[in-house]
Write a protein that binds this ligand. Sequence first.
Ligand code: UDP
Ligand code: MG
Length: 331
Amino acid sequence: MTLHTIERRRHGRQSVSVVLPVLNEAPSLAILLPRVAHMLERCGVDWEAVIVNDGGNDGLEDVVAQFETSWHGANVQLLHLSRNFGKEAALTAGLAAARGDAVITMDGDGQHPAGMLPEMISAWRDGVDMAIAAQHSRDRESWVMRSAKRLFYRLLQGGERFRIPSGAGDFRLLDRRVVQALLQLPERTRYMKGLFAWMGFKTRVLPFDAEARTAGNSKFKWWQLLELASLGMTSFSMKPLRMVSLAGVVISLLAIAYGLYIAAEKLIVGNALSGWATLASGMMLLSGIQLICLGVIAEYLGRIFEETKQRPLYILDRRVDHSAVGQTEQP
Ligand code: UDP
Ligand code: MG
């Protein structure tokens, strides 16, 4: 038993916050909340649910009110962001509001099974700071999607001092110290998976099978996934920039070799110089490559621009706090 665990025990009853970012997930949440509550009570912890409404408008308040009346002793905080800021921002808002000794982040669509919660909490009680529930199989995803993700992780990793576990999503338990560390990270661009990996701490990966959504469709469109991938890449790897320089070197070498070849052909064989077709296609290829390279550099430039603006990650519209967890005085 580590010193840290002993410290936790001394506190008496442990408390756990469950952070649920939601964008129009009321039907799923109505099923999920009692399941989560049931699991957490079985673990014998004080618990609160921190629900972050990421600009949705679908009767979430009714679902929450119904849950609060039907579940005796439910502790719920409901945060409304002023518009849709994206899941990563919603998660950050939830983490900032959560008051538990440990915080569990979980999707509100029912794809993260509440049945994993006891296992995560017991890992935490063993002294693990971060328990990641990682998706076992991605059977539900298409072959193209799976290969694209694999390629992305391969590019992102390699030679770094920390690894981003592939398959790991945003279903995690974080010890209070990890939450505190995360909230201290100043960057505007929140590629959560990367940030968590960067922070280190004692981590355990627990595999699980993702469930099908209980209702509705995925809120992510393919171009948003691309955007997220670009965000992850530009905030955690300089590899694309190095590839740009490498491409420059390779193309220059090829051009020199080809130039020598043409000169030799003219001088030795005496062939007349022609070949405007080669010239035209070569030029087009090169300007294409140059534009791609500029695009790569522009991605990084854009990232720097975002960071220098120093805007808050999200804006809170309203906060309804019915949670007694972590409050010194009971209401
Ligand atoms: N979500 C959100 N803001 C967004 C998009 C999604 O809060 O802009 C929430 C969504 O309601 C769900 C979770 O993030 O609770 C995961 O989203 P989704 O199921 O669409 O993603 P997927 O499971 O396809 O990765
Ligand atoms: Mg989902």
